[in-house]
Design a protein around this ligand. Sequence first.
Ligand SMILES: Nc1ncnc2c1ncn2[C@@H]1O[C@H](COP(=O)(O)OP(=O)(O)OP(=O)(O)O)[C@@H](O)[C@H]1O
Ligand SMILES: [Mg+2]
Length: 429
Amino acid sequence: MKYNLLDAQREFLEIPHSYSMDVAVYQGGYGSGKTFAGSLLGILLSLKFPGIRGLVGAQTYTLVRDTTLQSYFEHLDSMGFVLGADYKWISADQKIVFYNGSEILFRHFDEPNKLKSLNLGFVEIEEMSDIPFDTFKMLVARLRQNQKTSWKNFTYRIFGHTNPELNQGWIYKTFMVDPPPNYRLICAPTTQNIYLPKNFCEDLKNLYDEKYYKTFVLGQTGNYSENLVVKDFSNDNIKEIQYRDDFDVHISCDFNVDPMAWVLAHKTEDKVFYFDELVLENTTTSKTCDEFYRRYPHHKGKIIINGDASGDNRSCTSEYTNYVIIKRKMAEFGYEADIKIKAFNPPIKNRVAAFNAKVRNAAGEIGLYVSPKCEKLLYNIYNLRYIEGSSRIDIPSYSQIKQSKELKFLSHPFDAASYLVDFYWPIVL
Ligand SMILES: Nc1ncnc2c1ncn2[C@@H]1O[C@H](COP(=O)(O)OP(=O)(O)OP(=O)(O)O)[C@@H](O)[C@H]1O
Ligand SMILES: [Mg+2]
């Protein structure tokens, strides 16, 4: 059986550098040959480096079992390998073992801690945009199987495939904005897969709107700056910001159970410096105060609480307002906290305008800086959008959040940060 690879697949398989590790992502449209290329690479590595241990996974086990594993079996069949003689499938361990001692484990990445003890030669990730960056980093750290002397020209490999991200996420940042020299992103339009049925792409073109077609057929990264709520934010707004225990700290709060979103800032007369954030899942106001104290146990400056004006309403579940709870907790820690919030929240468009004016005003001056530590706030700045053709902010629905967990962090951290700006530098429209 002889394969003719697509250009993108060949580029994905071959390594154009001599670093000891290769990190590659095959970003393509539907049916662009992603799974085909990934599973072929996994098998080739297992044959070339006897005794290698590979891990193949996806966020859910169903995806691994129904897609990736099937593709491995199809390749093995096409290559004339015989089950039982050339390789075995060990169901109890969910792994393929080759006659040469190589083995490939098939796993889901839902509980990444369970994979922490593995030492691997390669890792394959199916639908990479579904997995969190932390899982990816953990997997990179697993690439440390002892090399055998018989392995010639061995390179550790972590490779994945994905549809383009819908939001500007870690794949875009890691592989497209200033990637290390051993990180590669290969773009594979579905239109280049000559093995698909005739008219496949034409039919999709008729079915999808232009934007969807570009993403899911041409495999192109979207225009991430389109319709963004925060305009003109650039790398000039990002700065390592040193927390100072003798400076006043502003805690600006948006109250939710999941996630609670507070940002921490220092402030001058005309500038704000966000140096940290407390974005916590399934929590309470009181526990979030505990986390603040855990991180900043020796604060000497004042503590000023800003935030959502509606957080001062008595909720039916709590005897105290959120702000009273914060004040009491801070007093327990020996801190005095001043509450500075508006009597009521202004229209959201005013708050957005105030925030944007600090990001960069008409004269081009910057009045707002964010530390790279504020990951969720930055995620909001890069991804919070208006609904196309409207002035309403696109807040993820419950069902969207169910499908993509990261979305639950969209909107609340921006709200928290912008309450502060709106309090000190309001704009009335
Ligand atoms: N080099 C090749 N030679 C022969 N067939 C190929 C080749 N590359 C891909 N194919 C075939 O093209 C079809 C689509 O490939 P594949 O399933 O790998 O795409 P995909 O990008 O993973 O699709 P999806 O978006 O559905 O996950 C499959 O039937 C596959 O066998
Ligand atoms: Mg696939």
